[in-house]
Design a protein. Structure first.
Length: 225
């Protein structure tokens, strides 16, 4: 009986010592986990105060639009990817991608990286798109209006069309890329988004520089016609 009691005491002491070592080890590495592989639907990266800074998500769990930490439904977002958020919890860019082949064999593929203006939409984008035989890829620089996008998001959805029609619109200012006709082009635009200088090299290698007026008429051209 005495031997059995000693074994129980010994077992208790060893268990207690093991717990102390394990808990001490966890305390030193508090909040840090190392693993080789993880399967996850969505990851939210947040600041110590809980403010959201980045989301990595599959398509099914992809978030809507965030403005100052509040989420609003997105009208047509259905992609996997990543969203970036500023110091105030407002979306200010992201990366989305996808693609598939339908039953008829028609292919679709896309990738989009963008950075937004403060409380507005994208001002710099990198895009690659394929829809059947149509393919283009390029960089765009855009001007966005001055109103906050929260003004639109807090408007009843039924009034969105009226809101857009009565507020300033965005305009592209620069495009550089490969267009659907297989040409490579640089398009410089005015504040209304109209082409004013177009530098183009066609698929066959013909090069030209065009100067256009505000109506889109070519007023001067340098290169083969």
């Amino acid at each position: 009986m005495r031997t059995e009691a000693l074994l129980k005491i010994y077992s208790g002491v060893v268990t207690a010592a093991l717990c102390v070592m394990l808990l001490g080890g966890f305390a030193r590495d508090k909040g840090r986990v190392t693993m080789d592989e993880i399967n996850v639907h969505r990851i939210n990266v947040v600041e110590p105060d809980g403010a959201i800074r980045m989301v990595i998500s599959n398509r099914a769990s992809f978030p809507g639009i965030f403005v100052k930490g509040k989420e609003y439904p997105h009208p047509d977002r259905s992609s996997a990817g990543m969203l970036f958020f500023n110091d105030e919890g407002t979306e200010n860019g992201g990366l989305i991608f996808g693609g598939h082949k339908d039953k008829s064999g028609r292919t679709e593929s896309y990738g989009h990286l963008s950075f937004d203006r403060y409380e507005q939409d994208q001002t710099l984008t990198l895009d690659a798109d394929e829809e059947g035989e149509q393919r283009h890829s390029g960089i765009r620089v855009l001007d966005q209006p001055d109103y906050s996008i929260s003004d639109l998001l807090t408007t009843p959805r039924a009034d969105w069309e009226k809101f857009v029609a009565t507020h300033p619109k965005y305009h592209a200012r620069v495009y550089l890329g490969r267009e659907n006709d297989r040409s490579a082009a640089l398009r410089l635009k005015d504040a209304q988004g109209r082409d004013r200088i177009v530098i183009r090299v066609t698929e066959e290698g013909t090069a030209a520089i065009q100067f256009l007026d505000e109506s889109g008429r070519v007023v001067r051209e340098v290169g083969a016609k």
